[in-house]
Design a protein around this ligand. Structure first.
Ligand code: ADP
Length: 499
């Protein structure tokens, strides 16, 4: 198999697509010769076949990362120079932003405009942001007595296995690579099997930026083979994972074999509370953004809406109208479209099952619930709204990961908080109120890693991202992510003399 091919995307962008595994700064075939194919979810056409890693390829990538971690080219590189490499990578992503956005739109199904102005814009910002951090990672001196000098060093953890999902391919890679590299680690990153293409392209930019060989290695492959091999590898010191909660649990178990450090960003069922004193138009707008953006394929999607009973009917009607007027379903490359297909048939069919279960459990369908006619083929789902739901329903308890929202009423602030927290997840939450005291009190009472007051989903690379309860362990983004990629060494210096 050739390790790269020329591709022309539906928007006529032509580029060279690597198709191998990226190990030691070279693209190589899988040792077994196995490949996996990736499809355009809009029309189900095959885009490319890429190498699919087996456990022997994982061994090679981990060995490359270990050697790079110990080699002076990386280990002794000045922190500022490491930062410059990340900034150079940001510049290259900016230069090739249209290619990266084209690939993610094509491979994932997300509208090109979002891929360019949200995903790739964030990729560039994240690499610049962590480029800036590289030479600001500092230990402390600790006062004890005149006889002792004690200080801490914040050292890299070592070889980091990073396993990412398909909903924001390039962006998830940047969230993981940025802090890991700023802190001086080396990486074996596995792309999701549905969306490997932009990560492989990113690997070409890693090499062009000048990272020494073996510092970043990129594998594609199935979760149960390549992913599981990374999670359980004795040569890997840390695992960072984003994906579903069941997979997060499997990874945590596998990572226990050598007590790997772990960060997990897993599922969510985030509540959005609308109080009667809210600005209703704003609440409606953000409720739409909170669940329909990226076709609902966001771990923090505000997928459970709770509305105070006095404004319940008005809110439901306005939300329905807003969704009808603002959901333009179709090809990800049509500039008028803001709602593309789901990533895969599996995901589309899974969402349809939740539609059936919500109906059979007595929820009232307000909008959607079916497969729209956006073309002859493609994995489309209509924006779907259910009202009059309750805590016993499967669609209220489980993460659906689609443009699918359940609404129910609450009658007091206490009731709202109780309902919001009635979940095994704790990733995000949103509160709509014009009462400043209520906003902060409810934010404090919510069991979630992120609370938006009067917005939803407007995360930022400088602000920590992560979950409470079964939504994860540790934080990504911001300064907080640095602690996930460093370990602290205490150095004791005896300044006294033996008594
Ligand atoms: P989804 O069900 O939406 O595909 P997953 O959580 O299964 O989400 O997948 C997220 C990432 O985890 C992907 O890169 C996938 O290949 C990987 N993965 C899946 N299963 C495993 C596993 N058992 N061990 C390690 N990685 C896995």
């Amino acid at each position: 198999m050739a390790e790269s091919i020329q591709l022309t995307a539906p928007n006529n962008v032509t580029y060279t697509q690597p198709t191998g595994l990226f190990i030691n700064n070279e693209f190589v075939p899988a040792q077994s010769g196995e490949t996996l194919t990736t499809v355009n979810p809009f029309d189900e056409s095959i885009i490319a076949a890429v190498a699919s890693a087996g456990t022997d390829d994982v061994d090679l990538a981990v060995a490359a990362a270990r050697e790079a971690f110990q080699a002076p080219e990386w280990r002794s590189m000045g922190a500022s120079e490491r930062g410059l490499l990340l900034c150079r990578l940001a510049d290259l992503c900016e230069r090739d932003q249209e290619i990266l956005a084209t690939i993610d739109a094509w491979d994932n199904g997300k509208p090109y405009d979002s891929a360019l102005n949200e995903d790739v814009a964030e990729v560039i910002s994240v690499f610049r942001y962590y480029g800036g951090w590289a030479d600001k990672i500092q230990g402390r001196t600790i006062e004890t007595s005149d006889a002792k000098l004690a200080y801490t060093r914040h050292e890299p953890v070592g070889v980091c296995g990073q396993i990412i999902p398909w909903n924001y391919p390039a962006m998830m890679a940047a969230w993981k690579l940025g802090p890991a590299l700023a802190c001086g680690n080396t990486v074996v990153l596995k792309a999701a099997e549905q969306t490997p293409l932009s990560i492989l392209y990113l690997a070409t930019l890693v090499k062009e930026a000048g990272f020494p060989k073996g510092v970043v290695n990129v594998l594609n492959g199935s979760g149960t083979v390549a992913g599981a091999a990374i999670a359980g590898h004795l040569g890997v010191d840390k695992i960072a994972f984003t994906g579903s909660t069941p997979t997060g649990k499997a990874i945590m178990k596998a990572a226990a074999n050598n007590l790997k450090a772990i960060t997990l960003e897993t599922g969510g069922k985030s509540p959005l509370l609308v109080f009667e004193d809210a600005n209703l138009d704003q609440a409606v707008k953000w409720s739409h953004v909170g669940i329909m953006s990226n076709m609902g394929q966001i771990c923090t999607a505000t997928s459970r809406i709770y509305v105070q009973d006095s404004i319940y009917d008005t809110f439901v009607e306005k939300f329905k109208q807003y969704t009808i007027e603002n959901s333009k379903v179709g090809s990800q490359f049509d500039p008028a479209v803001n709602h593309g297909p789901q990533v895969s048939k599996t995901q589309r069919d899974r969402i349809l099952q939740y539609v059936e279960s919500a109906k059979s459990e007595g929820a009232e369908l307000v909008l959607g619930g079916g497969v729209p006619q956006a073309g002859d083929k493609g994995y489309f789902i209509e924006p779907t709204i259910f009202k009059d739901t309750n805590r016993e329903m499967k669609a209220v308890r489980e993460e659906v990961f689609g443009p699918f929202v359940v609404i129910q009423a609450f009658n007091s602030q206490e009731d709202a908080i109780k309902k919001a927290n009635d979940t095994e997840f704790g990733l995000g939450a949103a509160v709509f109120t014009e009462n400043i005291t209520r906003g902060h009190k409810v934010a404090a009472a919510i069991e979630a890693g992120m609370v938006w007051i009067n917005s939803s989903q407007d995360s930022h690379f400088a602000i920590p991202f992560g979950g409470y309860k079964q939504s994860g362990i540790g934080r990504e983004l911001g300064e907080y992510a640095l602690s996930a990629y460093t370990q602290v060494k205490a150095v004791h210096v005896n300044l006294g003399s033996w008594l």
